[in-house]
Design a protein around this ligand. Structure first.
Ligand code: ZN
Length: 284
């Protein structure tokens, strides 16, 4: 049996002090995701009990003040993530109530409403130390954009569905960018490989998160520093880890600052196209 427990122990009160800066916030999220990823152990004996405890403070669940008094909102990170039900942000980072301010929308596209929500978190809640964009592998919204890109006649079928069209339109720039870096890295013939569509989806997922994060850097430029930074990452549904393709092409766990220059994006796109995440679809 597996148990994930939110634990409040009134005999050993726990003060949920937030991280002092962005690096500490990234570290806390990395530790939480490490624990979540390791939690489900396929090699353990059947019937064993595996328990993970997330400590909860009285203040964060609203039982520290006067009866009926609401807790103050004090998240230490604000996320833009996909609405996908398989990506429960608090759970995969091992966090409790009042830790994360999460804006979820299909494809984690950065529309005005999402930007407005993140802006509220930064300007009105003084506790936010990290603005993070979280994509995920196998994203359905990104898959829809990739299919519209690969088969433009399919895009016509969305003509009557303007809300879906709006999401797909927002994903076209990273989709086209992903197609370009795949061709640059593997040649024109990459388009004929059976795994090309899936490779294009995963490349787009990473570039879309990077692009949204870079947009946040530009939007919140004046507020950024050691105490507030922008990061991004991709949640791998298969391994439950958040990370990105690293410089050696292997999966590197954690949240990372996005490239912000054209050269930085080119180099990053090339790295993603050459990564194991993408190559395993092209040469399974
Ligand atoms: Zn998704």
């Amino acid at each position: 049996m597996y148990e994930i427990v939110w634990q409040y122990d009134e005999t050993a009160p726990f003060a949920d002090d937030g991280p002092a800066d962005a690096a500490a916030a990234r570290h806390m999220l990395r530790q939480g995701n490490d624990a979540f990823a390791r939690f489900f152990d396929p090699h353990r004996a059947p019937g064993d009990l595996t328990r993970h405890i997330v400590r909860v403070s009285a203040q964060d669940v609203g039982i520290s003040g006067k009866p009926g008094e609401a807790p103050t909102q004090e998240p230490f990170a604000a996320f833009l993530s996909c609405a996908d039900a398989r990506v429960p942000v608090e759970l995969i980072f091992g966090q409790q109530a009042n830790d994360l301010f999460v804006v979820r929308v299909a494809g984690n596209v950065l529309g005005d409403e999402c930007l407005g929500s993140l802006n509220y978190a930064v300007e009105q809640l003084g506790t936010v130390r990290l603005l993070a964009v979280l994509g995920h592998t196998g994203c359905g919204a990104v898959s829809a954009a990739v299919d519209a890109y690969l088969t433009p006649t399919g895009y016509l079928g969305m003509a009557a569905n303007r809300p879906l069209q709006a999401i797909v339109n927002s994903l076209m720039a990273p989709t086209r960018g992903a197609a370009l870096v795949l061709t640059a890295a593997h040649g024109e013939s990459v388009k004929t490989l059976p795994g090309y569509r899936q490779a294009l989806i995963e490349t787009t997922v990473v570039l879309n998160a990077a692009l949204s994060a870079a947009t946040l850097v530009h939007n919140f430029h004046d507020a950024l520093g050691e105490r507030l930074q922008v990061s991004f990452g991709v949640y791998d549904l298969r391994h439950r880890t958040v990370g990105l393709p690293g410089a050696d092409g292997e999966w590197e766990v954690g949240l990372f600052q996005p490239p912000t220059s054209q050269e930085g994006f080119s180099a990053f796109g090339h790295r993603v196209a050459q990564s194991r995440l993408v190559r395993e679809w092209l040469a399974p």
